[in-house]
Design a protein around this ligand. Structure first.
Ligand SMILES: [Zn+2]
Length: 245
């Protein structure tokens, strides 16, 4: 698929990607270009480079897309079939600009709607979420400085922004919840029934109640977590089907 908010910059030479090569998408891998957006664009269009990424994120301005998400980019070796790749203009050690974080969050929200992986920071190459090139170690080409520690540490803010995009604070249901529920135990029981149509399991109940009590979680985050889970998405899909939308 082509991401509607990106500038299409393909197709690349077919030496540099595999048409139709994507398998199950586990999430998004962040890379650093070690250079400029125009330089990376030129390298990916060079048929002898044998490298590519699905997306490029300049320090300012919109994303560009080089490879359709149905096709496999050559970005992280053994990770290629299962991860969407995004390059970032700059050098290892840089932090992402506000524009780059916003672009990544919007891309992540769009990818989540298409593929339904778990929205979280991911440090396991066989997990799901937002990883970095470094996450795959030797099996992903041993690029241990890609994208660099500062950007790896910015992944949580990308995930948080994606949750906000998917569940805006103006959501009328959350407004109602925020003004009417002040007891964390009641809130968690309510949100499990509301989002998953079942009682809270003991592990989930304790985790969310503790998070609400010690301030590391908000009601918005608990609700987003439940709705964005595989189970929550299945409930939403069944509800939509039942009412014909
Ligand atoms: Zn990389």
């Amino acid at each position: 698929m082509r991401y509607p908010a990106a500038v299409w910059s393909g197709p690349l030479p077919t030496t540099n990607y595999e048409p139709g090569g994507m398998g199950t998408v586990n999430g998004l891998v962040l890379h650093i270009e070690e250079g400029t957006e125009p330089g990376t664009d030129a390298w990916f269009h060079n048929p002898t480079s044998i490298v590519s990424a699905h997306f490029g994120n300049p320090k300012s301005g919109p994303l560009q897309q080089w490879v359709d998400t149905d096709d496999m980019a050559y970005a992280e070796v053994n990770g290629n079939p299962n991860w969407i790749s995004v390059e970032h203009e700059g050098n290892s050690g840089d932090s992402l600009t506000a524009s780059q974080i916003q672009n990544d969050a919007e891309l992540l929200a769009w990818l989540f709607r298409q593929y339904g992986f778990t929205l979280q920071v991911c440090d396991d190459p066989s997990g799901q979420g937002v990883a970095g090139h470094v996450t795959g170690g030797a099996a992903w080409g041993n690029h241990l400085d890609c994208p660099g520690a500062p950007i790896m540490a910015q992944r949580q803010s990308i995930v948080d922004k994606a949750h906000t995009i998917l569940h805006p604070a103006t959501d009328p249901i959350m407004e109602v919840l925020n003004v009417s529920i002040t007891d964390p135990e009641f809130a968690v029981r309510f949100l499990f029934r509301f989002c998953l149509h079942r009682e809270a399991d003991p592990g989930g109940f304790t985790t969310y109640v503790d998070g609400l009590n010690n301030g590391t979680l908000t009601l918005d985050q608990v609700m987003a977590d439940l709705q964005d889970s595989t189970e929550g998405q299945a409930v939403i899909a069944a509800e939509r089907k039942a009412i014909g939308i």
